[in-house]
Ligand binder design. Sequence first.
Ligand code: NDP
Ligand code: 8X3
Length: 252
Amino acid sequence: MKKIALVTGATAGIGKETALMLAKNNFDIIITGRRNNLLEELSNEISNEYNVNVLALNFDVRDRDKVNEVLLNLPKEWKNIDLLINNAGLASGLSTIQEGNIDDWEKMIDTNVKGLLYVSRAIMPTMVSRKKGQIVNISSIAGKETYANGNVYCATKHAVDSLTKAMRIDMLPHGIKVSSVAPGAVETEFSIVRFHGDKEKADNIYKGFEPLIAKDIADTIEFIITRPANVNINDILIMPTAQANSSHLLKE
Ligand code: NDP
Ligand code: 8X3
């Protein structure tokens, strides 16, 4: 029988590449995100290329009522989710705390921490009752270190690391694997979003070195989900070769 995966934030970057990787691995896939046109595009791409079913769900992970309305009322054939990829997330702004934009802070906390929790809270009980499932949370090097001006984003990703550890404890009696992947710089829409649509500023971030690409992270997730039953990968920190840590990046 085919397995079912749900990927949050599948309209771009890491989430999109992960959804394609899962289709290649024969998962039926639930893809989610706010941009409906991109969900439709990805849905068509997957349906045209792979022999799997796709369900596109258009919601904002920050909207607790909507998350529950959609995820607690999945069509019967989609209810038994085997794999949850908590990927939806963002950085918004880059500044000191004393000059920080509070709307940016709320966006990051509400998406990266509360959104991840809302989605997990809706999906985990079915995994528990089936004693079956796997969860992969997308953290970041920002969840391991705190870099200048990264404050609130770093705090949200530290929270993702902490919640991953907590989920692993909660899921232990139920045989459900929980992992996290913590990437360094990956060239996606991430920096465009961080700089509020300023593409030039975003492009500069990736100039002069070879960043990771979304496929590198999808490949890492593929490794995690294809381990034998007795093996759980707790956490993978993956960096571009040119990046030693958040503050040591070798640029030409
Ligand atoms: P992208 O901006 O390319 O993709 C982010 C995805 O998240 C989009 O599909 C977006 O969809 C979705 N998303 C954002 N906010 C919401 C929301 N409120 N509700 C639903 N979906 C949402 O960035 P990445 O692919 O790089 O980011 C994916 C994850 O990887 C994030 O958690 C990020 O923090 C993490 N990460 C990224 C790194 C990088 O350097 N790129 C490094 C380390 C971690 P839509 O806009 O359609 O809602
Ligand atoms: C994204 C990577 O270094 O911009 O999480 O925080 S970084």
